[in-house]
Design a binder for this molecule. Structure first.
Ligand code: DGL
Length: 273
């Protein structure tokens, strides 16, 4: 009988952005098999209604359950903001989103208690990070700002472009005026733009990468529950997408830091059935 501990970690996102989270998972959990699903045919989730994001997230989760995953990581901050309860109710495996880990890491770093959050429109409108931060520490002050243009800029690879700097200054000046000392990068794409965000916010700001935070939580969970893989060699990583957009290879490599092998395109019908 196969042991659950050697089943893969399932990770899903609205598209390619979640590969920034996979990159962290590989660093923190190098011996684990993984299955990634990116809903590239229906991206973005960040501008969709909560009910649509919940519906898509349940389909994404089901796809991973069918791959026999031992845990589901919701790499998409937008899906983490609105669909975590529904996913936990529906599926019988632990569901780890980005919000709680990111909030906890931010609280461990802030000294002034003034924390900024940037994310998609949906994540910011739902105030998921604010609610979580306040739940964990009612004394903190939280300032949220949606930065939707960061997604296409990151995908374009404009990491050090003057247009990106201008847009970052425009988006972030409010947060700077609020004198935050910690900023949560509440979207899969934003870690790619960390350098330019640092440039605008100043070198002393703590930038919180939710993918790092979630990887630490997943690792702790697997250790505590005796679910770490004991097959220590050559883990298998399978990537599934619902479309292969132009420039997929380039963007995926930028986000993951290495080539995406074992890529399979699935039909949306397979997801919706
Ligand atoms: N993955 C999304 C997130 O982290 C960003 C892209 C989208 O809007 O779907 O919120």
């Amino acid at each position: 009988m196969s042991d659950v501990k050697n089943n893969p970690i399932g990770i899903f996102d609205s598209g390619i952005g979640g590969l920034t989270v996979v990159k962290r998972m590989f660093q923190f959990l190098p011996n684990e098999n993984t299955v990634y699903f990116g809903d590239t045919a229906r991206v973005p989730y960040g501008s969709k209604s909560n009910s649509t994001v919940i519906e898509y997230s349940l389909q994404d989760g089901k796809f991973l359950i069918d791959k026999n995953v031992k845990i589901i990581v919701v790499a998409c901050n937008t899906a983490s903001s609105v669909a975590l309860d529904e996913l936990s109710d529906k599926f019988n495996v632990p569901i780890i989103g980005m919000i709680e880990p990111g909030a906890k890491l931010a609280l461990s770093k802030t000294v002034s208690g003034r924390i900024g959050v940037i994310g998609t429109n949906a994540t910011v409108n739902n105030k998921a990070y604010s609610k979580e931060l306040k739940k964990l520490n009612p004394k903190v002050e939280v300032f949220e700002k949606s930065c939707p243009l960061f997604v296409p800029l990151a995908e374009e690879g404009w990491l050090n472009h003057k247009a990106t700097l201008l847009i970052a200054e425009e988006y972030l000046h409010e947060l700077k005026e609020h004198n935050i000392d910690t900023l949560i990068l509440g979207c899969t794409h934003y870690p790619i733009l960390a350098e330019i965000i640092h440039k605008v916010m100043g070198p002393e700001i703590h930038l919180i990468d939710s993918g790092t935070a979630a990887s630490i939580i997943v690792k702790d969970y697997l250790i505590e529950n005796d679910l770490l893989s004991d097959e220590n060699k050559n883990p298998v990583h399978n990537f599934y997408v619902s479309d292969v957009p132009s420039k997929f290879k380039e963007v995926a490599e930028l986000f993951l830091g290495t080539e995406v092998e074992n890529l399979t395109k699935i039909d949306l019908e397979e997801l919706i059935h």
